[in-house]
Write a protein that binds this ligand. Structure first.
Ligand code: CO
Length: 231
């Protein structure tokens, strides 16, 4: 992402803010310096940046995005602060973004897949109302191809919901594709993997052949294009 942003906006300084406390601790333990979002923003302020554009890498506008909104608005009120600070939305935030993300997902379908095989995109999921983007995306995708499904690892559509849809679909093979920015612990533990509760184990017990695709959306140029367009 850094390389693509740099190529698109040459000579513009780029900095990273890490919102996850767990990730910052992990880096600290390895003696690597990474900044929280407020630290990254205040450092740019100290460097006399006048205009700052913030691009979150979230997928839906849930609680984590709201935290970013609150942090960015706090900096709008700083004396001797930025002339302008803008915040782009996450990937899904409007009706038209649903179509854009849907089309991007159609472009990353596994190339070996035949049309009678299912593709299950798995997002994070949350009890925030923005969770409804997942079933909305599923509805949009199924208009294009009835063998495309969307579930979440933490909320709804959950395993039971998706299992019954898959059993009705007649598919034998299911590709498991993370609808996550990076394929980290949720992809490697909750989606794929030997844990008896993982999506892979559960679906295999139902008789499906599972093919996990352990790549985060940030590894596809198609998705970086979407973030870059917003930026
Ligand atoms: Co999580």
């Amino acid at each position: 992402i850094h390389a693509r942003v740099e190529a698109n906006f040459p000579d513009i300084p780029i900095s990273w803010g890490y919102t996850s406390v767990a990730i910052r601790r992990k880096y600290k333990a390895q003696d690597k310096e990474i900044n929280s979002l407020p630290t990254a923003i205040s450092k740019s302020m100290d460097e006399e940046v006048t205009h700052l554009a913030v691009q979150p890498l979230h997928i839906i506008p849930g609680y984590e995005f709201e935290d970013v909104q609150r942090t960015v608005s706090a900096f709008r009120h700083m004396p001797k602060g930025f002339t302008e600070i803008s915040l782009s939305p996450p990937l899904l935030f409007s009706q038209s973004s649903l179509h854009r993300v849907g089309n991007a997902l159609l472009q990353i379908l596994p190339s070996k897949r035949s049309s009678d095989e299912a593709v299950l995109f798995l997002g994070h999921g949350t009890n925030h109302p923005a969770n409804s983007f997942y079933p909305a995306l599923a509805y949009w995708l199924q208009q294009q191809d009835p063998m495309l499904f969307v579930g979440t690892v933490e909320y709804w559509p959950d395993q039971d919901t998706i299992r019954s849809q898959l059993l009705k679909s007649g598919a034998n093979r299911v590709y498991l594709v993370p609808l996550l920015t990076v394929a980290g612990i949720h992809a490697q533990g909750d989606i794929a993997g030997k844990d008896p509760e993982s999506w892979q184990s559960t679906l295999e017990r139902d008789g499906f052949e599972c093919v996990p695709v352990l790549k985060g959306l940030a590894e596809y140029d198609t998705f970086i294009d979407l973030w870059l367009d917003q930026l």
